[in-house]
Design a binder for this molecule. Structure first.
Ligand code: ADP
Length: 272
């Protein structure tokens, strides 16, 4: 099977105004296959978000190449195809909502690519139903909770019919309820065939993935199934992943890794 996303030897620097460069990604190679669910974890500043922004060409590599469905993200002629295939959802729900009515917000991207009105209607309805926000379609987004706003942001991406959804810390501003809402939506989309890449610092979310990548100083330090990664206690300690994992999600982690005991989390015996 052809990978949906292929990164080859990608390095990236941020150029600062004083001429200095911050070296962020170093020689990252990675393939993501259709239908996979990949979680990316790592310290703050390890380059997760910078990596995520390479998946749909928001950032272009300084060295190396990124291919999305075979299109090189450096090739500006294919920007539209690439952005349609790989949709991004970011951290702050408020920054992603542009319209004053929910369904207009979902329509925004479709208008930009010139989708005819009748098809637009069906895509908006499909996307809002997929995230459970159809009954809110005529509401102003600022009345919604954080989790609901993120679901609208996901609907905006789904309306573009992407093959891959990239969530860059998309739940980190949400409370446990909001996180649960997003996880439920993402889990269902993945079950229905969507490729998912989730940058997260919640281990309970990483436990949902087929494959976990651990970023360390701009490199992929380690990768494996959640089970393989969570068994590396040294790494968990190094990542300071001490966020309490509650209820059902903790049970999922526990099901994957028996020694990851939810009842011990609050005593920090596993994490510390
Ligand atoms: P993570 O998502 O793992 O927290 P980031 O990719 O956001 O990591 O950041 C990696 C490094 O790049 C950090 O040192 C951060 O300070 C730096 N960085 C991120 N964005 C910018 C930017 N726009 N300009 C300069 N440096 C940046």
């Amino acid at each position: 099977m052809e990978p949906l996303i292929r990164m080859e030897g990608v390095s990236f620097d941020y150029e600062l105004s004083d001429g200095e460069a911050v070296h962020v990604l170093r020689d990252v190679s990675l393939e993501v296959y259709p239908g996979e669910y990949v979680a990316i974890i790592g310290h703050n500043g390890s380059g997760k978000s910078t990596l995520a922004k390479h998946f749909n060409g928001i950032l272009k590599p300084k060295e190396g190449n990124v291919y999305v469905a075979g299109f090189n993200t450096r090739d500006a002629r294919h920007t539209r195809e690439i952005r349609q295939r790989v949709g991004m959802v970011f951290q702050h729900p408020d920054n992603q909502i542009v319209a004053t009515i929910v369904e207009d917000d979902v329509a925004f991207g479709l208008e930009n690519i010139g989708v005819p009105p009748r098809e637009m209607r069906s895509r908006i309805d499909f996307a809002l139903k997929a995230v459970g926000m159809y009954e809110y379609r005529n509401r102003p987004p600022h009345h919604l909770s954080g989790g609901q706003k993120q679901r609208v942001a996901i609907a905006g991406v789904l309306a573009m019919k992407p093959r891959c959804l990239v969530l860059d810390e998309a739940t980190s501003m949400l409370d446990a309820h909001g996180r649960g809402e997003i996880l439920q939506v993402v889990r269902r989309l993945h079950r229905e065939g969507m490729t998912v890449i989730a940058v997260t610092h919640h281990m309970s979310e990483a436990a949902e993935a087929d494959r976990v990548l651990v970023m360390e100083a701009g490199r992929i330090a380690m990768e494996g199934s959640p089970r393989e990664i969570f068994q590396q206690r040294e790494i968990l300690r190094g990542l300071q992943l001490d966020i309490p994992v509650a209820g059902r999600l903790a049970e999922r982690v526990h099901a994957q890794v028996p020694e990851f005991r939810p009842d011990l989390i609050h005593q920090r015996e596993i994490i510390d």
